[in-house]
Design a protein around this ligand. Structure first.
Ligand code: ATP
Ligand code: MG
Length: 287
């Protein structure tokens, strides 16, 4: 039986967002009613009611037991795992300079430049964490011997046109190891990806070669549905000179909301975003 577009949207909002989940909902209903005898509208209403009850129960559990959205729990879990593996967390400003974007080669001619939220002609909301990591790392490198391991977790901002996997404000974790021996880079990168995936409760997924507009060729982490979870890169890299860096390195950046979307198998990323309409995967539109 086909649902209307608005019914499909409503079910998606309520987390009944894949054919398998619709089937499971129908199977649950079939235990109590003769599903075949229901009109399309009656079937929709029954599934909606069931999904609202599940959403209410999950919100009650959040309020009584969990007390924080998984986005924050995940941030803490990743942070703990990385600190445990010798990475040090840094916090750099969310507002960055146009000069730093230029140094990342996000120049006027690049598509990413058009995705930047500008505050004035000299400053913008960061679309990535790399500029802050470059600056702080370079200073630390002058004080301590390599290898140096640092990471940051925080909001990044990009104007995006595609809605299911993209947010205008999302949370990135970017980790970098400076001074990795050249021949160990691939291995270290795989270990660093695993560290984050394991902390997120995901099994090591596939990797894919990808071309980043900023870093050129790199290895992505992608889930079973082809959703990009992370992009990585390695140095020595042509961008390094502008930041005064001349050592080997490996780095990888994951989107936390993507990790949650993947873990929960949701078709949309929005339930896990900073949001006024969703809380920890649950729609608040269920009065
Ligand atoms: P995509 O190709 O999916 O648009 P990207 O390659 O432009 O992503 P990267 O610059 O590689 O993104 O950023 C690293 C990670 O940050 C991505 O792998 C993804 O998990 C996450 N990410 C990037 N852009 C967004 C966004 N707009 N919303 C949510 N997560 C994002
Ligand atoms: Mg990418």
């Amino acid at each position: 039986m086909e649902f209307t577009d608005s019914q499909v949207r409503r079910l998606k909002e309520l987390g009944v967002d894949t054919p398998e989940r619709v089937e499971a909902a129908v199977a649950r209903l079939a235990q109590a009613v003769d599903v075949a005898g229901l009109s399309q509208n009656a079937l929709f209403q029954r599934i909606e009611k069931q999904a609202i009850a599940a959403t209410r129960a999950d919100i009650a559990d959040l309020l009584e037991r969990r007390h924080q959205p998984s986005l924050l729990t995940l941030e803490q879990q990743i942070s703990d795992a990385l600190e445990g593996a010798g990475f040090t967390r840094v916090v750099t400003p969310t507002v960055i300079s146009a000069a730093h974007l230029d140094k990342m080669s996000v120049t006027e001619d690049k598509p990413l430049r058009k995705q930047v939220f500008w505050l004035d002609d000299k400053s913008c909301l960061r679309p990535m964490l790399a500029p802050g990591l470059y600056v702080v790392s370079r200073k630390l490198m002058q004080m301590v011997p390599l290898p140096l391991r640092v990471f940051e977790i925080g909001s990044c901002f990009r104007k995006e046109s595609e809605g299911q996997r993209h947010l205008s404000e999302f949370t990135m974790v970017d980790l970098v190891e400076w001074g990795t021996p050249v021949e160990e880079r691939e291995q270290r990168l795989a270990e660093m990806m695993d560290l984050v995936l394991t902390a997120a409760g995901l099994r090591s997924t596939g990797t894919e070669e990808d071309v980043s507009v900023v870093y050129g060729e790199g290895i992505d982490s992608v889930d079973a549905n082809g959703l990009e979870l992370a992009s990585s890169s390695m140095g020595p890299h042509p961008l390094d000179a502008a930041w005064g860096i001349d050592c080997t390195w490996v780095g990888v950046g994951f989107g936390l909301e993507r990790l949650l979307q993947s873990r929960q198998g949701r078709t949309s990323i929005h339930p896990y975003a900073r949001s006024l309409t969703y809380l920890d995967g649950d729609t608040l539109n269920i009065k």
